[in-house]
Ligand binder design. Structure first.
Ligand code: SF4
Ligand code: SF4
Length: 211
């Protein structure tokens, strides 16, 4: 039995408030997908920035902090004054390839042993949100997105762990520590895996399109 099914009536009105409020951590798979959406005058670094542990609460995922010469840093989407750099008015410029955590937002999905949705709760209670309750979201889509997110995060954690171990080794050997651009370059060169379709999202499964 699924707990929290009332949340399936959620209907995002694409107000864009969550994109102004939250910082979005990205994985290697997110970087791979976003790179495909760059125009010829942009580089992926235009869309990314690094946060220190003091700037972000990642208590639940400390293993995504990357060791850089300046200290431990978390890779996130860049924020301008108005919020996420990829926000255009109230709409996402990269909607089909936006990060998995954006695709899953605002659902917090717990999967059961057979891979279906066991429990649903909502993260939008922590931010202003103009959603209505006349939507119809399919649990099967949420479950698939959650499985993809989990797989991509596990892969990224491994990439970060390999990187951090390599930097510790370099330090021991008195070698130069590699920097942020080298880490991102490694992600862009595709040394990560991406789960299949990037275009399905929880909101695509509702009765209206969403952020
Ligand atoms: S990538 Fe798109 S959906 Fe995600 S925070 Fe930025 S504008 Fe919003
Ligand atoms: S999830 Fe809520 S805050 Fe975010 S765009 Fe949709 S309605 Fe607005």
């Amino acid at each position: 039995m699924t707990h929290g099914t009332r949340h399936l009536r959620f209907n995002c009105t694409a107000c864009g408030k969550c994109c102004r409020e939250f910082r979005v951590p990205v994985t290697g798979a997110d970087v791979t997908r976003l790179t495909a959406a760059l125009s010829s005058s942009e580089t992926i670094s235009d869309w990314l920035e690094w946060l220190s542990p003091e700037q972000v609460d990642m208590t639940g995922e400390p293993e995504t902090f990357v060791n850089l010469p300046e200290g431990r840093r978390l890779l996130v989407l860049r924020h301008n004054d108005g919020g996420c750099v990829l926000l255009d008015g109230s709409l996402c410029q990269v909607h089909p390839v936006r990060p998995r955590s954006c695709q899953l937002y605002p659902w917090d999905v717990t999967l059961g042993r057979r891979g279906g949705v066991k429990r649903l709760s909502m993260l939008h209670e922590y931010a202003p949100c103009e959603a209505t309750s006349d939507g119809r979201v399919l649990p099967v889509v949420l479950a698939e997105l959650k499985r993809w997110e989990r797989a991509e995060l596990a892969n990224y954690v491994q990439v970060v762990s390999d990187w951090n171990r390599a930097q510790t080794r370099r330090k021991r050997l008195g070698k130069r520590l590699q920097g942020a651009s080298e880490f991102v370059g490694q992600l862009v060169r595709g040394r990560v895996f991406v789960t299949e379709a990037a275009t399905t999202s929880a909101s695509d499964a509702s009765t209206t399109s969403a952020c």
